[in-house]
Design a binder for this molecule. Sequence first.
Ligand SMILES: Cc1cc2nc3c(=O)[nH]c(=O)nc-3n(C[C@H](O)[C@H](O)[C@H](O)COP(=O)(O)OP(=O)(O)OC[C@H]3O[C@@H](n4cnc5c(N)ncnc54)[C@H](O)[C@@H]3O)c2cc1C
Length: 491
Amino acid sequence: MSHSTHTNIVWLRNDLRLDDNPALSAAQSLGHPVQLVYYVHNQLWKRHSWGPTKIDFVKRTIQALSARALEYNLPLAIISVDSTKDLADDLAERCNNLHTKSVYFNREYPLDERTRDAYITNHLKKFGISSESFDDRMCIAPEKIKTGSDGVYKVFTPFKRCWYRHLAESGGVAKSRCVTQPSTISSSAIVTPIHDIEDHFSIFKQQDLSKLWPAGEKEAKHRLNDFCQDNLLKYDQMRDIPSESATSGLSPYLAVGSLSARQCLLAVLASLGHSAEDQLMQGGLSQPGASCWVSELIWREYYQYLMFHFSDLSKSRPFKLDTQWLPWRTGEAADRDFEAWCSGNTGFPIIDAAMRQLHDTGWMHNRLRMVTAMFLTKHLLINWRRGEAYFSEKLIDLDFSSNNGGWQWSASTGCDAVPYFRIFNPVAQGQRFDTEGKFIIRYFPELLKLSKKQRHDPQSQAGYPAPIVNLKAGRERALAAFKELNNNPVA
Ligand SMILES: Cc1cc2nc3c(=O)[nH]c(=O)nc-3n(C[C@H](O)[C@H](O)[C@H](O)COP(=O)(O)OP(=O)(O)OC[C@H]3O[C@@H](n4cnc5c(N)ncnc54)[C@H](O)[C@@H]3O)c2cc1C
């Protein structure tokens, strides 16, 4: 068969970009025409609790991608499927129509996605079609990072050291960058017109946050550059202050893959100058702000890594097995407390303002994610899975691995999690990280009339609801529950 009659298919998933896309770049490398496909997978999205803001953001990202793909002569077909079987059948049929010999995609590490990919790979094999997969979601493939005894890192810091070592061995970030070329379009290519993309999403509830979160690669790069210019160098000092826009706000773009972690690292290196890449490869940057930001990107990698190596995490199991016996509260009172937490009516302004930030913007500041998650799981002793599911439904940047990792960290059930006895006091956290109360006043201007100290602990003043829990009693209840586990370890 001649080159011109055989088209390579690139199956896009959470890698919705043309630049620095390993699967796409490999599919183009032999000069064949390329067909991009994206499946709107109704069942899987429901099972993974994707909420209206995330779904709307994915839709807008695809619209932006589709317009850009046409400039490169890369046809993008959007297909709606109800099940993995439908997806497999559709993909095989497309391969047949386009005389495709190989389907290219970037790997995803949670269990459902790996099971899906194994099924599709086997199905395509029956028709003589190969599947070519690439590592994109992590800069270093999860199998490569091993302890000296060939094990998996259960502590972040040695993982990070090993991650840097592998980065150096692979020749650095710049070396692994992938370039996308304009393509030749095959006569049998299928393009879903941009105005039809909307139809594929019409069955989903959507919350339009396009003004706050414009979608697409261009916007992601723009934000990345602005962040590197304005905030990177002071990130270590400012990142915990929720009233400041001092973090990158890139998580929604990284989650859908309109930006890669490699692109983030390259932007850091570009802004720091030529010696930075050597420093990175020798185990970290000397500039504290940049070093701290890169460390957060590595936390993201770590949670993907754990999800890959411990598939039980994908089944809602805690990493620390004994914590599955924690006596989480259930029943009417617990439901009432959970409701108050969800709706931002706990009587603790930092918690309530954080939950309102989540509802209004689809995003929550990292410090506040930790504070709200810890309050729910410790002071209210409510199962972390309920909080994880609620965040899944609301977050525009939902990433299964990071969300699960963040919840299990806060609940002290996870790998390298916060020790159970280090319980953040929400009043003290508010006073420390929102000293003037600038953040809480954005949502509760009525607190302005109180003194700076009282703003975080209004105790029914200024018309603010009364606290739903006594912090001291809640803390003691949580400590007792965890201590009980330690007294009765699982055999
Ligand atoms: C309970 C809980 C739930 C979370 N759920 C998610 C989620 O669904 N999706 C998600 O992307 N992040 C999640 N995080 C991590 C973190 O809160 C967000 O990544 C961060 O707030 C995003 O803001 P930013 O882009 O401005 O981050 P920056 O501070 O600018 O950091 C840059 C990037 O590094 C990554 N990152 C930063 N902090 C973390 C972290 N602690 N863990 C993993 N990756 C990190 C993100 O990709 C982020 O975009 C969660 C944290 C907690 C405690």
